[in-house]
Design a protein around this ligand. Structure first.
Ligand code: GLN
Length: 547
């Protein structure tokens, strides 16, 4: 059975619990252990799939088609372990399971209550797959003291109590605010937050303290004394230049050692950190810089395209360049000439998105990239817009558009070059959807295979003709326009294995113009960059030498 580390947060939100969990996962791997990371989120949405990226950041999609919290992206990027449906749960999902069971009569005769029914459901979830790994790391979303989080805290308290001694460790992240006037780091909020945890029966073994200033020995001892942890288990977490410094930084502060000590694992296996040393070296010692424009809609919140930003960084690391990306709101191009904004960039990326707003601007960005021979990577909606651009401007379909926008407007205005897919094949079964179906979890979601054309640019980039990438969309490019578009030079170089769904398009006579229906960014890792991002940044680097 796995050993469990429960990661909680206190004092304020946004302390980087996800990152600390991911870094700890990487460090335990570096010591030879297998790990799995999980996120337990107290909000009432069944999953984050229906939340706006403005509110919650990116929706991270797993191979098995779950729409999850973006922290699962961090987990994957740091450990390389593919997350699953069973690695993310919310109060909404827990309650919906409990209520479903109640209706089915599973608890017949009983009064359904938070304790034990909800807490049991949470505990059952935590147990899933525990025989597969050495360590299970479970992060609890939110901050201790939140009303919504209470059932989760109660569940992990019970869980630890039910396991043999030494099987579970609690790690609590807090903030040490700095008072400039007195030049002091204050420990009181952390003390209060630990008290809050203790009042619900959880005694943290490890304190991870975010701080902008070095933590003096005196304060460390004070924290240890008042919070009932060992001084060497008070771990400092300072601000870092790059998130990819986190594994080495946490190691240097003794986090992995403290965790192994808390489990009584002695002697601790020596860590092998060369992967992270290489990652840090590549991040901090670039040999050049490329400028990439990301033309999208959700540009105000950086987290909305988290995986894209990270995948670009990985592509930069592979090419030893710093990627300087600038986010441009595509709606600007409704009013102004894109050339004014886009010239000077070494490549253009149009990411995924939903709804009509901003799409005309994305079409103009695709046109600019095609006509000016600027490297272009279109992801999901970014591919669909590139196809519409080609259909309108070269294939003689001036009314080309997506059914998505017609559905939104409630009337038919476009020739549906991109249409609503209602039935498709996944593995060896057919999936069907109707317009007006539930919004949650009803897209083409998760990993699907694609077959690439031999000799195409993408086949060369991937180094194979069979790939598997993650999807999240309702609409598809209509294969019936293939011939027309290929005549103009837009090659359909990747298709679903049954040959029905276009997965990749590329311009034949263009230095680098590729649109993909899937999200290659989701599988990119600092130590294994997504092939498309690696090569896209390479093309941008080439471009930077030309201009
Ligand atoms: N809105 C488009 C669709 O549903 C694209 C989705 C996306 O970019 N992820 O097909």
């Amino acid at each position: 059975m796995a050993r469990y580390v429960f990661i909680t947060g206190g004092v304020v939100s946004s302390l980087g619990k996800g990152l600390a969990s991911a870094a700890l996962g990487a460090l335990l791997q570096a010591r030879g252990f297998s790990v799995r990371l999980r996120k337990l989120d107290p909000y009432l949405n069944v999953d984050p799939g229906t939340m706006s990226p403005f509110e919650h950041g990116e929706v991270f999609v797993t191979d098995d088609g779950a729409e999850t919290d973006l922290d699962l992206g961090h987990y994957e990027r740091f450990t390389g372990v593919a997350a699953r449906k069973t690695d993310s749960i919310s109060s909404g999902r827990i309650y919906s399971n409990v209520l479903e069971k109640e209706r089915r009569g599973d608890y017949l005769g009983k009064t359904i209550q938070v304790i034990p029914h909800v807490t049991n459901e949470i505990k059952d979830f935590i147990h899933i797959g525990e025989d597969e790994v050495d360590f299970m790391l479970c992060e609890i979303g939110g901050t201790v003291g939140d009303i919504e989080g209470l059932p989760f805290f109660e569940a992990i308290r019970q869980f630890a109590h039910e396991q043999p001694r030494g099987q579970c460790v609690f790690m609590h992240l807090t903030l040490l605010p700095y008072l400039a006037a007195s030049g002091e780091l204050k420990t009181k909020p952390t003390q209060h937050s630990v008290k809050e945890l203790q009042s619900i029966g959880i005694a943290p073994d490890i304190l991870v303290c975010r701080s902008e200033h070095p933590i003096p020995e005196k304060e460390r001892e004070k924290l240890a004394l008042f919070c009932n942890v060992r001084p060497q288990s008070v771990i400092a977490a300072y601000d870092l230049k790059s998130i990819y410094d986190a594994p080495l930084a946490y190691h240097n502060e003794g986090l992995d050692q403290a965790v192994l000590d808390a489990f009584g694992i002695t002697p601790a296996p020596r860590p092998k950190l060369d992967v992270w040393e290489d990652v840090s070296d590549r991040i901090h010692n670039p040999e050049g810089e490329v400028k990439i424009a990301i033309v999208g809609k959700y540009t105000q919140l950086e987290d909305a395209y988290k995986s894209i930003a990270e995948a670009l960084t990985h592509g930069g690391m592979a090419n030893r360049v710093r990627v300087k990306s600038e986010w441009i709101d595509s709606e600007i191009f409704d009013r102004e000439d894109p050339a004014v904004y886009l010239q000077g960039f070494h490549a253009i990326l149009v990411p995924g998105g939903f709804g009509e707003r901003g799409t005309e601007g994305k079409i103009k960005a695709a046109q600019f990239a095609r006509e000016r021979n600027v490297p272009y990577l279109g992801i999901c909606l970014g591919m669909q817009m590139a196809v519409i651009e080609a259909a309108r401007n070269l294939a003689g379909l001036p009314d080309a558009g997506s059914e998505e926008f017609d559905h939104e407007a409630g009337k038919k205005r476009f020739t549906p070059v991109v249409y609503h897919l209602k039935e498709w094949v996944q593995g060896n079964h057919t999936v069907a959807r109707k317009v007006g179906d539930d919004k949650g979890g009803t897209m083409r979601l998760g990993a699907y295979s694609a077959t690439l054309t031999k000799g195409s640019k993408v086949a060369e980039i991937y180094g194979t003709t069979d790939i598997e990438e993650r999807h999240r969309h309702r609409y598809e490019v209509d294969n019936r326009y293939r011939e027309k578009l290929e005549k103009c030079g837009l090659i359909f170089s990747g298709m679903s294995p049954d040959g029905r769904l276009p997965e990749i398009v590329e311009w034949k006579d263009h230095p680098w113009f590729i649109g993909v229906q899937f999200h290659p960014e989701l599988k990119s890792k600092p130590f294994a960059p997504a092939p498309l991002f690696r090569d896209f940044v390479r093309a941008a680097k080439e471009m930077s030498r030309l201009v």
